[in-house]
Design a protein around this ligand. Structure first.
Ligand SMILES: *Cc1c(COP(=O)(O)O)cnc(C)c1O
Length: 225
């Protein structure tokens, strides 16, 4: 368990340095601790160190951990099947992985039924890899404009995943592109859209992502293993 404390200390230092390089404070960057590979006791330990945001990529796993630890922020970061929409709406702080239009419609419908806003990030496939989920960058304008029709869905930013690569520098252009996409649309004042979050960077590349403007980083193995 001391391992987590040491990992957290070194992650905090790296976040601080990277934020400084981008002209920001560490407090402007939120760590989402990706707990998909660890048990609830380990989550409790991380929470006791001051971590309040946790991410899971499966709905069922998120819901069962959330039942044990309800008072903190649970983020859904993985692909969401439409048949799980009814289970997750109202039970997550933020869905990072809105990757298709049909899903947006289902989330909106469910939010309307529950009379609850549904906060999401739009996942973009910046790298263009076939197997990656997400909208194409060229589709973003259309999606944001269409968000006007939603009753419950609220778009709070953008998310992307860089290809796995031991050299984080290779992810930098993709992170820069996500930042620039946000800049392009940030002042357009679409209804139901507030592009305040950029969720990018994982264990391998979070320092680079923060240097390029990330304010949500999703870190699993660097914290827990
Ligand atoms: C697992 C996962 C992460 C964390 O990955 P690590 O390399 O362990 O930090 C981040 N984002 C998503 C979408 C994931 O599925």
């Amino acid at each position: 368990m001391e391992k987590i404390k040491n990992n957290w200390e070194s992650i905090k230092n790296k976040i601080e340095q990277a934020a400084f390089k981008s002209g920001r404070k560490a407090s402007e960057v939120t760590l989402v601790a990706v707990s998909k590979t660890v048990d609830i006791e380990t989550v409790r330990r991380a929470h006791s160190l001051g971590i309040n945001d946790f991410g899971e990529n499966r709905v069922n796993e998120l819901l069962s951990k959330r039942e044990s630890l309800p008072g903190i922020n649970w983020h859904l970061i993985g692909r969401l099947q439409t048949n799980k929409v009814k289970d997750i709406v109202g039970r997550t702080t933020l869905i990072h992985s809105l990757d298709r239009w049909r899903l947006a419609q289902e989330l909106d419908k469910r939010g309307l039924v529950l009379e609850q806003e549904v906060p999401v990030l739009i996942q973009l496939n910046i790298s263009g890899e076939e197997q990656k989920a997400g909208f194409k960058p060229t589709e973003l304008g259309e999606v944001l404009a269409a968000a006007e029709q939603f009753k419950a869905l609220r778009i709070y930013g953008l998310m992307t995943m860089a290809p796995l690569d031991p050299d984080p520098e290779r992810a930098r252009p993709l992170f820069r592109e996500l930042f620039q996409l946000r800049q392009k649309f940030i002042d357009r004042n679409y209804k139901n859209v507030n592009l305040k979050y950029l969720s990018m960077g994982m264990s391998q590349d979070y320092a680079v992502a923060i240097e390029e403007g990330a304010n949500l980083v999703r870190i699993g193995s660097a914290l827990f293993h």
